[in-house]
Design a protein around this ligand. Sequence first.
Ligand SMILES: Cc1cc2nc3c(=O)[nH]c(=O)nc-3n(C[C@H](O)[C@H](O)[C@H](O)COP(=O)(O)OP(=O)(O)OC[C@H]3O[C@@H](n4cnc5c(N)ncnc54)[C@H](O)[C@@H]3O)c2cc1C
Length: 518
Amino acid sequence: MHPQRWGDPAAATDLPESARGLVELAFGLQDRPAVTDARPPESAIAEALLDGLRSIVGDAHVLLDDETRILRTRGKSTPDLLRARAGDLDDAPDAVVRPDGHDEVAAVLAWAAEHRVAVVPFGGGTCVTGGLAARRDGFAGLVSLDLVRMKRLLALDEVSMTATLEPGLRGPEAEALLGEHGLTLGHYPQSFEHASIGGFAATRSSGQSSAGYGRFDAMVVGLTAATPTGSLDLGSSPANAAGPDLRQLLLGSEGAFGVITSVTVRVRRAPTETAYDGWRWPSFDAGSDAMRTLAQSGLLPTVVRLSDETETAINLADPSSIGGTDDPGCLMVTGYEGTADQVAARRAAVTAVLAGLGGTPLGTGPGDAWVQGRFHAPYLRDSLLDHGVLVETLETATFWSHRSRLYADVKAALASSLGEGSLVLCHVSHVYETGCSLYFTVAARQGDDPVAQWRVAKAAASDAMIAAGATITHHHAVGTDHKPWFAREIGEVGVRVLRAVKAELDPAGILNPGVLVP
Ligand SMILES: Cc1cc2nc3c(=O)[nH]c(=O)nc-3n(C[C@H](O)[C@H](O)[C@H](O)COP(=O)(O)OP(=O)(O)OC[C@H]3O[C@@H](n4cnc5c(N)ncnc54)[C@H](O)[C@@H]3O)c2cc1C
């Protein structure tokens, strides 16, 4: 993916005509063309050093050309896109190395530790927290370790229902391999089409069907990882009491402790039936309470999400179509996957609960529309950036009893920081028996320095999250952007533990320097 935009260039679209007028009214249309001829700085790595790398992976898999380096520059947060659009490619790696298999990864790490070269593991490049922008001061260079050649289904156990996948598989590639056996992983983050299995594990990703299939880290039963001081092969049984669970040290480790070279995941039979429904709620509180009731009665659908009043209104071309009133209230989408019998039974049970709690059924239209458009929003972000609108998202999670305060505080922090005319939208994106995650989207007119404009708003929102006792991230991970708040969240002892793990597994500090560990 190009660092200036999301996804497949062929799928890019300009602002739809229907939205143009609204955007002009709300923010004024500006013309913000991207710099198209920017080149990365010269590769700073000594040519002689690279011979060692070539002897490990082969000449063809050590790449120094500008195009390859540009495509591995940073991730896909709005600041990442804005900086690339302004022609700033300073974080481009000096070289890109493409190992094939665990042993080659381990050998690359040994080479890097010996020569003090920083290594940034690269999966799909969809990171939104600065996890691909490692520090390079004090290093002989920085290489992007691209896992693109590691795309195999290594093992399948259809009795235990587990599959061992290599980290470079993108979401659709993994689903296609499993689909040949009538299986699915069921992990569908919005970045599904481009993010990788290794990235899902390294960031503890959560997909849109998490209510039914669980978060990615909950699917992982085992993994292998290469570190500069040796290899780890973890997960020898479905559950155990053999001390602390070391898999959890690698899940969410964002390339700072090791490179995940395979994951063994729990798989499910691919659904034969799917159904999506829309529900209207008179308020965000009423809809959230209904979600809590579902979660605490063990009656969750596969997908359940709830937009607040603003997000509901913005997402609807014709708000009055919802529930036949001028007030669209809050839209909830429920989705069901499984066999026909499973879908029918769960849908009937959920429908009875939601109707009993005062929800208004809206039929399948809103749910089907959500499914159709679920991977499209990032393209819309590009066209809004083209027209001078600042759009970005952030997320957090808390217990049910704190949800209302967290929602109010983060919303207020974003709105007051971004100023009059800005929009703050929110939805409940993932639910648990004990709480939920809140996912915010903001839109504002871009000022002269939109990166700084966003940094101020994001800091205000992050302060509000920590002050409310919530987490700095439910599924986007820490990267470099969240580090100060992450340190506050885990406390001084927590920071020391992470530093000790880093010192043990990566004593030379070559793995993703500056990422994750405060
Ligand atoms: C438009 C958009 C929508 C998104 N939607 C969601 C969503 O719904 N849910 C969600 O959870 N996230 C979402 N994200 C965030 C992102 O897609 C996830 O964090 C994803 O898991 C990253 O996977 P990746 O393969 O792209 O990893 P990368 O971006 O390549 O890497 C992420 C981090 O993990 C490290 N890493 C990558 N592979 C490995 C490996 N094999 N071993 C060790 N370290 C590794 C990298 O060094 C980096 O620090 C979204 C992002 C965007 C841009």
